[in-house]
Ligand binder design. Structure first.
Ligand code: CDP
Ligand code: MG
Length: 685
């Protein structure tokens, strides 16, 4: 990649090669930049507002400095003096990581000391941490261990307008915690302990603070003036059929015809980002040398954190940056230097069909609010341009805003968490917006089928264990079942691999080669065993290498091995990290981690015993009928069982495109379901 080396130097203040002079020059520059942020003008007023209001709503334009500055102002304002810390939640992992890095740099301290972050599967905090960025889901988990969140003196719920399911549940929970702490008494009898009151700040980018204010009993809302330059909006003349191609054409049009400035492109996920990145490089090679000064930077949630930071570095002289982002760049992270935005108008969203009990990720059109946020990204530092890859008449048809996630996803995880927090009556929980009653009832039903709640609707012992694991209830249950079957070692791998996006790397133009590479791992019994084979092969390769080489070299060879085998090395690395984390979790829980060695029959039976909620039977015409919902589905072309079409399958994922497809599929015997999940399956003809 041209110029990649220019970025290898990291930018921490305490860089070992930095002289004292450089150190102070840099510090001064950072201070200047901080002072220029719109929010800096109201620092004193904001600190006073927090002092005078236990709950405060702060609304401000994206990029005005809310996320990076307010925690620092509060620290300086003495809100940690009682020994408490400041917690800031983010809906997205990337935001938590990049912002924490940025703030530690601004404070001139190493990450993990005064400023740190914690996300699922990664904790970079210490006893010194005073400003802690984390995901909203993680704070919910912390509440399981510390119901009064006693170590926090201030909790900031950031990006509240995103209305993720975790944010919504957190708001309800925090309302209770704040009430309990303001009374200063612990309601657990016999454990008299005094708590300091909790300061609560809700931050949001959208202008509608009313819902939050009303929910918190008329809490005070303050607006921070932002800076926004005009952005010219362009639409296409006719509808685009291939949005990747349209995006590519637009990127190169800007690159070749427009003045300096970086380009931000909104794409739907890792796979799409990776293929656009590859295609850009291909097309660049066909351009004359002088036109090749274009650098690509992906940013999405599962991108390893050292790669995420690169998007914030300024481009070297003469180069233009193209940032390929998911909707994370909409409001969660602000990348400097953007002048052009390319918006295909699509986003990957969770949807849930309560009737079918089906939760799926689908690509949908953005709302008007999202389209406006996206175009706004072009006008942060000067006038900009936004290219919407759809027609103007289409914009008018978009919905005004996005439906809160709690209204469109499976609630089993939330219900399990709430129950573990002692909130048994989930239906009457004080949600900011009530989820569908059917959705709650359905999740209670599936938790009951998984053995997590009893017939009396109480959390069972297994349910408590499941709630402790940072996984989807079905995966947590699978680990518990596997420890009984004696194949937890294999299930840990399987669950880790299922938790990451796209392990296989199948570029359009090398489909044949990648299919051949897959053959050496493919199991005739399905995708779960195939994933297991990949992980084992990679691990064996890595361990052998580590015996003769340094860890670093072994990692590097593993990346090469991945490339040769058409495995996505980023995803594999992520899966390996998740694996070591959940291994620690199950060991702490006292589960037996044993291996079934080569007894794959046993492992497949364990898969059936774990994933019985999602089983399907082949129909005479070759499609499948999901046993519990009656939904008609097909096996996804990426599955190793796509052609084999066994009689009976279990699967983990349902995706809707033009058809309903199931992914991560394994062949099982229907009789196993009768034997292992008799409460649901009976003998049939
Ligand atoms: O939260 P809000 O959108 O109001 O702003 P912020 O995230 O605090 O960002 C304030 C400024 O810091 C923006 O101009 C960002 O471009 C910059 N920033 C950065 O350069 N690098 C980061 N890792 C994070 C923020
Ligand atoms: Mg922010």
């Amino acid at each position: 990649m041209p110029g990649a080396n220019n970025f290898s130097r990291n930018s921490y203040l305490h860089h070992p090669n930095q002289t004292k002079g450089e150190f102070f020059a840099r510090k001064q520059k950072i201070e200047q930049r901080r002072k220029k942020l719109p929010i800096a003008a109201v620092e004193r007023r904001l600190v006073e507002e927090v002092r005078n209001n236990d709950t405060l709503i702060i609304v401000g334009e994206t990029g005005s400095g809310k996320t990076t500055q307010i925690p620092q102002y509060l620290f300086k304002g003495g809100f940690c003096r009682d020994g408490g810390i400041i917690g800031i939640t983010q809906p997205r992992r990337v935001a938590a990581i990049t912002v924490a890095k940025r703030v530690s740099e601004e404070c001139g301290v190493p990450l993990g000391q005064k400023v740190g972050y914690a996300i699922r599967f990664e904790d970079v905090t210490s006893g010194l941490t005073k400003i802690k960025y984390m995901t909203d889901g993680l704070l919910l988990r912390e509440a399981l261990l510390d119901p009064y969140l006693s170590k926090y003196s201030v909790i900031i719920v950031d990006e509240a307008h995103e209305r993720t399911i975790h944010t919504d549940v957190l708001l309800g929970l925090l309302k209770n915690v704040q009430k309990a702490r303001s009374k200063g008494i612990n309601e657990v009898p016999g454990q008299a302990k005094k708590y300091n009151p909790l300061k609560l700040i809700i931050m949001s980018a959208s202008l509608d603070a009313r819902v939050f204010s009303e929910y918190f009993g008329g809490a005070r809302a303050v607006h921070v003036q932002g800076r926004q330059f005009p952005v010219d909006i362009f639409y296409t003349h006719k509808p685009e059929t291939d949005c990747i191609d349209a995006a590519l054409i637009t990127i190169f049009q800007i690159h070749l015809e427009e003045g300096p400035g970086d380009i931000l492109v909104f794409l739907t996920g890792q796979e799409e980002i990776e293929s656009v990145e590859r295609l850009i490089h291909e097309r660049l090679r066909q351009l004359p040398e002088c036109n090749r000064k274009l650098l690509t930077f992906p940013i999405y949630s599962s991108l390893p954190s050292e790669k995420q930071m690169k998007v914030f570095m300024p481009s070297p002289a003469g180069y233009r940056k193209v940032i390929l982002a998911t909707n994370i760049a909409e409001t969660s992270v602000t990348i400097p230097g953007i002048k052009y935005v390319v918006d295909p108008g699509l986003v990957k969203a969770r949807t849930y069909d309560p009737k079918m009990g089906v939760d799926s990720l689908i690509i949908v059109t953005t709302s008007k609010a999202q389209a406006l946020q996206r175009s706004g990204r072009a006008g942060r530092e000067g006038p900009g341009k936004c290219y919407r890859l759809y027609q103007e008449s289409f914009f008018e048809k978009l919905t005004d805003s996005t439906l809160p996630e709690i209204k469109r996803c499976d609630l089993s995880n939330v219900v399990l968490q709430l129950k573990a927090l002692g909130i048994d009556d989930v239906i009457n929980f004080d949600f900011i917006e009530k989820p569908d009653r059917t959705a709650i009832v359905n999740s209670l039903w599936s938790l009951y089928l998984l053995g997590a709640v009893t017939e009396e609707n109480k959390l069972s012992d297994v349910g408590y264990q499941m709630a402790k694991l940072p996984l989807d209830p079905v995966y947590s249950k699978a680990l518990i079942v596997a420890s009984q079957f004696g194949c937890l070692k294999e299930m840990l791998i399987c669950v880790a691999m299922l938790s990451v996006e796209s392990i296989f790397y199948a570029p359009r133009e090398k489909l044949e080669e990648s299919r051949n590479a897959l053959k050496s791992f493919a199991s005739p019994d399905g995708d779960h065993l195939t994933l297991l084979n990949v992980y084992r092969a990679a691990d064996e390769f890595f361990q052998k290498n580590k015996m003769v080489n340094s860890e670093e070299k072994a990692e590097k060879s593993l990346r090469k091995w991945c490339k040769d085998n058409y495995i996505n090395s980023r995803s594999l690395k992520h899966a390996r990290d998740i694996h070591s984390q959940i291994l620690r979790n199950v060991e702490q829980m006292g589960l037996r981690v044993t291996s079934c060695e080569d007894d794959m029959l046993l492992f497949r039976r364990c898969l059936a015993a774990s994933f019985f909620l999602k089983a399907a039977m082949k129909q005479p015409d070759g499609v499948y009928r999901v046993t519990l919902s009656g939904l008609i589905v097909q096996i996804h072309p990426s599955s190793v069982l796509f052609r084999a079409k066994p009689e009976c399958i279990i699967f983990n994922e349902l995706v809707h495109t033009n058809h309903s497809y199931v992914r991560n599929v394994s062949r099982i015997d229907y009789l196993w379901l009768v034997e292992l999940a008799p409460h649901l399956y009976a003998l049939q003809d």
